[in-house]
Design a protein around this ligand. Structure first.
Ligand SMILES: [Zn+2]
Length: 255
């Protein structure tokens, strides 16, 4: 079906029959064209709610928030209260804030995520390749015909590969901890997952919708850790350790 937006035609072009468009009551309308206005978004006012955070550049949820859920930059939009009234998690958040285990959890630092570990592995392999390459080059120079020998050249190449791995690994490690680690009491309100098929393997990314104090909500990525670590269930109260849009860890506190 043709939408009302497609009814404009170049000046002078012949009108082919009736301009077909549906009136809002579902019946075909005749000559009177209504202005073509896109349907307003159901939630936030697009004039006031920014699409991305001015602090960290993360994509913001479609609701007016007082602070960015990912870097806690104030957004100048004071809401927190939804049309449905108080959040169903508000009571648990209050009990969480008064809980005796909270200070310890807020002082704790979780192990870093999979990207940090991957960076460390690249650095390790880089150092290994650098050592093997240097030894091969040395053997080539001393035993197999000097600095221009084939064995020495292979050693140089392996060592160069090692340097490249070292640089990549350091870059991955630094990027993984670039966003500040935030520790906040919250409740996992919802979760979803996306499975990426890659070659024979594949990985699953989990997205957790976490609600913090004042009704601030954000969806955080938690890359799957394989079969050894279960993703967190919904409706879980505790402390969320986040870096930007990534959930590094969630520590359960029973309330
Ligand atoms: Zn932000």
């Amino acid at each position: 079906m043709r939408s009302c937006c497609q009814t404009s035609r170049p000046r002078g072009a012949p009108a082919t029959g009736r301009i077909g468009f549906q009136a809002s009551n579902g019946q075909a309308a005749g000559a009177t064209l209504q202005p073509c206005v896109p349907a307003p978004p159901a939630m936030a006012d697009p004039q006031t709610a920014p699409k991305t955070c001015p602090g960290c550049g993360a994509k913001l949820p479609d609701v007016a928030l007082s602070i960015c859920p990912y870097c806690v930059t104030p957004l100048g939009l004071d809401t927190g209260k939804t049309e449905e009234g108080e959040s169903p998690f508000a009571g648990r958040l209050q009990r969480l804030l008064a809980h005796a285990d909270l200070p310890d959890a807020m002082a704790w630092s979780p192990p870093e995520g999979p990207e940090f570990i991957r960076g460390g592995q690249l650095v390790f392999r880089g150092k290994l390749a650098l050592t093997v390459g240097a030894l091969a080059a040395l053997a080539g120079i001393v035993l197999a015909g000097g600095p221009a020998s084939v064995v020495a050249a292979i050693g140089y190449a392996i060592a160069l590969g090692g340097v490249w791995l070292l640089i990549q690994g350091k870059r991955v490690t630094q990027a993984s901890v670039q966003a500040e680690l935030l520790r906040r009491p919250g409740v996992i309100a919802d979760r979803r997952s996306e499975t990426n098929l890659k070659g024979l393997g594949g990985s699953t990314d989990y997205y957790f919708l976490i609600e913090f104090e004042g009704g601030v909500r954000g969806e955080f990525l938690w890359p799957g850790r394989g079969v050894n670590e279960e993703p967190y269930p919904s409706n879980l109260p505790g402390v969320a350790y986040t870096r930007g849009v990534e959930l590094v860890h969630f520590k359960h506190i029973r309330v």
